[in-house]
Design a protein around this ligand. Structure first.
Ligand code: ADP
Ligand code: MG
Length: 235
């Protein structure tokens, strides 16, 4: 079996001396390409830390993180990590981090300029359902529309891996559903592998793989053979 993402015994501590705390306690994950993996677990269980180390935003103390069966990102130098982030990775968060004085289109365009192999801007704006809002500024948009724009900003470079840290955490349930449907559409249309941290347990129906974390450990990891399409789920 070939895996797009493989974590082997990843250990991460925060703090020094007395206050040193093990935040990731030997994490193992094997995820195939083009799959959606949901990560669930209580607050403080290490979900964000896990995404951050996979995204090269933070270092590990032990273990390996192998992308595409060849690159161990824990061994990369600073410059190579920047390359990995530029070439492979999209990252979205609970908050949208849009540039307030640029329109939707311009917000996405600044990311397009940085990409070596960008998607078509017009097609992407269409895919995220923002064609009619593309010339508006972030302050003129709802939370859900701002998150669509943030998703497009991370997708325009056509990343292989999309890391989503509670992307619906600040949204009402209708907008949250729309965002999850969008993420699934992106996964289908562009073949993007998705790691999605969420508190929305209904995600279990949509994900190909479901990981439950507690106190820095994976307590269960399940392949979901009965998955449904996001739009058919009663969110
Ligand atoms: P989750 O995303 O599941 O809520 P986090 O990964 O944010 O959990 O946090 C896991 C644990 O690590 C928590 O106890 C948190 O307080 C601690 N932690 C997170 N980031 C830092 C940091 N930069 N410095 C010290 N401790 C941290
Ligand atoms: Mg978190």
């Amino acid at each position: 079996m070939s895996y797009f993402l493989k974590l082997n015994n990843v250990v991460k501590y925060y703090g020094e001396g007395e206050s040193r705390m093990k935040v990731l306690n030997g994490i193992n994950i094997s995820l195939e390409k083009r799959k959606i993996c949901a990560i669930l677990g209580p607050s403080g269980s290490g979900k964000s830390t896990l995404l951050n180390v996979i995204g090269g935003l933070d270092s590990v103390d032990q273990g390996s993180i192998i992308i595409d069966e060849k690159t161990d990102i824990t061994k990369l130098k600073r410059k190579e990590i920047a390359q990995y982030r530029r070439g492979y990775l999209g990252f979205i968060f609970q908050f949208y981090n849009l540039i307030p004085n640029l329109t939707v289109r311009e917000n996405i365009q600044v990311c397009e300029y940085l990409a070596s192999n960008p998607l078509s801007l017009d097609e992407l704006i269409e895919t995220i359902g923002m064609a009619e809002h593309q010339n508006k500024f972030p302050s003129q948009l709802s939370g859900g529309q701002q998150q669509r724009c943030a998703i497009a900003r991370s997708l325009i470079k056509n990343p292989e891996l999309l890391l989503c840290d509670e992307p619906t955490g600040a949204l009402d349930s209708k907008s949250a559903k729309d965002i999850l449907v969008l993420i699934e559409n992106v996964n289908k249309k562009y073949g993007t592998t998705v790691l999605l941290v969420t508190h929305n347990v209904d995600i279990e129906h949509m994900a190909h793989m479901i990981i439950h974390m507690k106190d820095g450990s994976i307590v269960s990891s399940i392949e979901n053979s009965n998955r449904k399409n996001a739009k058919d789920i009663e969110w």
